[in-house]
Design a protein around this ligand. Structure first.
Ligand SMILES: C[S@@+](CC[C@H](N)C(=O)[O-])C[C@H]1O[C@@H](n2cnc3c(N)ncnc32)[C@H](O)[C@@H]1O
Length: 312
């Protein structure tokens, strides 16, 4: 055999190229928002046992460093009114209110979390600064009974939504013009090698089913945000110093404790998700009047974050 052709086929095998690559079906979850609530009711104690008050897998060893980072990047300042969409037991909400002086309106769909959150708010003497609501974040306006918020944030909660576009629309209705939507979550990973796609999809299905999740497709989410008129101010991998990064061992611990979504074999395993954070600003202007204009996104970002133009 021609040596070059031989090398080429080795190369192709390595990269898993096939003549007719199989189309990989994407997993479409069938859970409802209420099913997510039931899941957190059932596993509330176990989450508290493993995660404590902050139910985020992508975190620092000292979880306060993660929360401090979130205060900084969201630009939380005294007097701001913010919405915590998918608040868990209000660990982050209480911390943010205490440390930065914001007023937090926090929403969970789990009755068990709601009860624990109410107790924790009381124990922290943060009534009036943190209010927890039992409800669905797809209908924030109705649940909160008000709008005009400075920030709406989703901390590893957005991906539970069976219909991401509705969660985005719901945030739009309650955030003020010039306000911020911040999403921190996991998104379907792009497969680097064609042979990895089915493996990624297999793991995604497992996570979705075990956690009542709907791991989002980044491009679909970005498209919807842009179609609705959000200004994509910043979108990035989450910057946690590696030395402080917890390395996701906490989710393994949870899996071992509960037996859910355990990884049976590491030989065939491909890490299926990427963690991103996105910063979206609702334009200052009324979209129906301003379609002929180009607005300086960076200047708006500075305004929201109370910074000066020189700091850009
Ligand atoms: C992984 S936990 C994150 C909790 C919290 N953000 C934190 O950092 O501790 C996901 C949260 O999203 C909430 N959630 C999921 N779907 C929801 C919905 N449709 N409406 C309100 N909350 C929801 C769950 O009840 C849970 O509190």
């Amino acid at each position: 055999m021609d040596k070059k052709i031989g090398q080429l086929s080795i190369f192709k095998n390595f990269f898993g190229e096939k003549k007719n690559p199989q189309k990989v079906e994407r997993h479409v979850p069938s859970h409802s928002a209420n099913d997510v609530g039931k899941f957190y009711n059932e596993f509330n104690d176990k989450f508290l046992q493993v995660y404590g008050d902050v139910i985020q897998a992508f975190r620092t060893n000292d979880v306060e460093k993660l929360l401090d980072y979130q205060i900084e990047v969201m630009g939380l300042k005294p007097g701001m009114r913010v919405v915590d969409a998918g608040c868990g037991v209000c660990g982050p909400a209480i911390y943010f209110a205490k440390k930065s002086g914001v007023e937090v309106h926090a929403v969970t769909i789990s009755e068990e979390q709601f009860v624990v959150a109410q107790r924790k708010i009381k124990e922290a003497r943060m009534e009036g600064k943190v209010t927890v609501y039992l409800g669905d974040y797809h209908d924030l306006k109705n649940v909160l009974g008000s709008d005009g918020f400075d920030v709406v944030y989703f901390l590893e909660s957005f991906g539970h939504s069976p219909y991401h576009h509705k969660a985005i629309d719901s945030a739009w209705k309650v955030v003020k013009n010039g306000g911020l939507l911040y999403i921190k979550d996991l998104f379907r990973r792009e497969s680097l090698l064609p042979g990895h796609e089915p493996k990624i999809e297999r793991e995604i299905k497992k996570i979705n089913e075990a956690y009542r999740y709907n791991i989002a497709d980044l491009y679909e989410v970005l498209a919807h945000l842009r179609k609705q008129g959000w200004i994509l101010s910043k979108f990035k991998t989450i910057d946690l110093p590696l030395a402080e990064f917890e390395n996701l061992t906490i989710s393994n611990e949870f899996q071992e404790l509960t037996g859910i979504a355990q990884i049976e074999s590491w030989d065939d395993y491909v890490f299926p998700v990427d963690f991103f954070e996105m910063f979206c600003i609702k334009p200052e202007f009324d979209l129906s009047n301003g379609l002929d204009k180009y607005f300086l996104q960076n200047l708006m970002y500075l305004k929201v974050h109370g910074k000066k133009e020189e700091e850009l």
